[in-house]
Design a protein around this ligand. Structure first.
Ligand code: NDP
Length: 279
């Protein structure tokens, strides 16, 4: 098995070198980068020597992430605090990035607002708010950044979820926002391809990832293995850098998207019996 291991590490090494070539000096904006997958993406981009702007609401945490990015090798690392539920901040964050980095090569839209993991009890205000944070701000930032991405032959990366392809219980508002993202950016993907745009658009479908916010919700409720946030982050970055239209991470999320259409009854049965839930 040794040659196999060697070959694996060799291709891994080449891949890493190629990525460094692609990402060194690249101008990147990552949203939702104060914690979780976004924070891990910031560290990976930093290791590749990118020029970074990160954003989220909590200034103090962003400051710490920026410091770590600089120590990991980022050519530049800046933050701007912003609330994606407001009408002005999505534009402001993109404008700040364009001004400070002189353009943009990667726009990675990743943030999500906190949402309860519970039975839908009619909280329409929360659903409206979550739609602003998880969906409308993505549309607004993408629109604002597109001219610059067109100029730089850049990439737009949307972090979505298996719950953007298939509904699950206890997450109705969140699931709605992810379906909206997949619908909107799926449509935009066609349009960009049909007009031979310079911009690549990647939609990333993630399964359960071991971030604090996700683990807090599912602990004791569902027993599904969670994939590591750092690896999820690296896979998202590779997907953007190689201009692929889709990522499924971990791999079994792809299998689930197939079985839900091929054998819907069995898939629904499994979903409904996977949770510890007593009505
Ligand atoms: P986290 O909850 O760890 O991070 C969310 C980020 O969004 C934080 O940086 C938070 O920072 C920021 N944020 C929250 N509200 C706002 C707001 N109003 N305005 C601006 N920023 C805000 O999320 P994960 O890392 O777990 O998830 C990242 C992405 O991966 C999401 O798109 C998620 O849907 C997707 N995903 C995650 C899965 C998982 O199991 N973890 C599974 C499938 C998909 P702050 O509080 O400082 O604003």
């Amino acid at each position: 098995s040794l040659p196999g291991v060697a070959l694996h590490s060799l291709t891994g090494g080449l891949c890493h070198d190629k990525l460094t070539l692609t990402l060194q000096g690249a101008r990147v904006l990552v949203t939702g980068a104060s914690t979780g997958i976004g924070e891990q993406m910031a560290y990976h981009y930093a290791r590749f020597g990118a020029q970074l702007v990160i954003t989220a609401r909590r200034e103090k945490v962003l400051q710490q992430v920026v410091e770590k990015c600089l120590s990991l090798g980022a050519q530049k690392a800046l933050y701007i605090a912003g609330d994606m539920a407001t009408e002005s901040d999505p534009d402001k964050v993109v404008e700040f990035t364009l001004e400070k980095l002189g353009g943009l090569d990667y726009l990675v839209l990743n943030h999500i607002g906190p949402t309860p993991f519970s039975v839908w009890k009619g909280d329409i205000e929360h659903t409206r708010w979550l739609m602003k944070v998880n969906f409308f701000s993505y549309v607004q930032m993408a629109w604002k950044a597109l001219p610059s991405l067109e100029q730089s032959k850049g990439s737009l990366v949307i972090v979505s979820s298996l719950l953007g392809k298939m509904a699950g219980p206890f997450t109705a508002p969140y699931t709605a926002t992810k379906f909206a993202l997949n619908g909107f950016f799926g449509s935009l993907q066609h349009e960009l391809a049909m007009k031979n745009s310079n911009v690549s658009l990647s939609i990333c479908t993630l399964g359960l990832i071991d971030t604090d916010s996700a683990m807090e919700k599912v602990r004791g409720v569902i027993d599904v293995p969670a994939a590591p946030a750092s690896e999820a982050a690296l896979n998202i970055i590779k997907t953007g850098a190689t201009r692929q239209e889709e990522l499924y991470y971990p791999w079994n999320t792809f299998a689930v998207t197939l079985t839900k259409d091929w054998i819907p009854f069995a898939t629904n049965y499994i979903i409904r019996h996977a949770y510890n839930y007593i009505p």
